[in-house]
Design a binder for this molecule. Structure first.
Ligand code: HEC
Length: 220
């Protein structure tokens, strides 16, 4: 009898405690937190507003004059004068090699061939389907395509051609440029910057078996 009384009291205590706990909970707000540190960060939130920071903003601007890692400043302006200046004086810092030509061709076929065609004659699939008009051949004498110009239009785009500065890095743009200059030479029947131009049909083995040294614009 006594043990029964005891367990009854125990049950009553547990019931009261449970009801007390549950009745305190409010829907829509966090419930009682046993270890608040687990829920409430001690550090500042990345984009939070705090008075301790200048402008009350945790996320601060980079110090003036800094550039992101891997980014090379490009000094030519996005104007016709900038393009002409780049055409006249900017040269490809990459040495001509079959490796960079092969890389350039692969990237060119991804990014440029839809418009300019794999041969660079301006007959890409979008031109054939008349989605984009006015795509020049790299051999167009009026264009005077040079390394610097090819790099420049990849940085900024030109009218209906977009910029490739965010899809490609500096090295890749110069590799593409090398391939474009090779395509131009092939179109004009001039000596290639590499002994053989890489085309759509060129296989990896053929690329490897091409002789190493090129002629043409290797001097910078
Ligand atoms: C959406 C179609 C399109 C794509 C993709 C494209 N271009 Fe062009 N590109 C054009 C058009 C159109 C022009 C002519 C622009 C003008 O003169 O108004 C042009 C012009 C050029 C010129 C001539 C610039 C000059 O000096 O007159 C070069 C070089 C060139 N593109 C290179 C490239 C390279 C390299 C790529 C790939 C990274 C590329 N283009 C991707 C449409 C394209």
């Amino acid at each position: 009898m006594i043990t029964n009384m005891k367990s009854l009291i125990n049950i009553a205590v547990v019931l009261v405690a449970t009801v007390a706990l549950v009745s305190c909970s409010e829907q829509g707000k966090p419930n009682f937190q046993y270890m608040p540190n687990m829920y409430e960060p001690v550090g500042y939130e990345t984009y939070g507003e705090y008075e301790v920071f200048a402008g009350q903003m945790e996320a601060m601007l980079p110090a003036e004059g800094t550039i992101p890692r891997g980014w090379m400043p490009y000094d030519y302006e996005d104007t016709t004068e900038g393009l002409n200046l780049a055409k006249a004086e900017l040269t490809n810092p990459l040495e001509v090699s079959l490796e960079s030509l092969a890389e350039g061709k692969a990237l060119y076929d991804i990014y440029c061939a839809v418009c300019h065609g794999t041969k660079g004659d301006g007959q890409g699939i979008l031109m054939q389907r008349e989605k984009i008009l006015g795509i020049p051949s790299y051999a167009d004498p009026g264009r005077n395509i040079t390394e610097g110009g090819v790099y420049h239009v990849q940085m900024y785009g030109l009218n209906s051609m977009g910029s490739y500065a965010s899809q490609t890095n500096e090295l890749e743009r110069w590799q593409i440029t090398q391939h474009v200059m090779n395509l131009k030479a092939a179109l004009k029947g001039e000596p290639l910057i590499a002994p053989k131009v890489a085309t759509e049909e060129t296989t990896e083995q053929e690329l490897e078996s091409m002789p190493e040294e090129g002629h043409g614009s290797t001097e910078h």
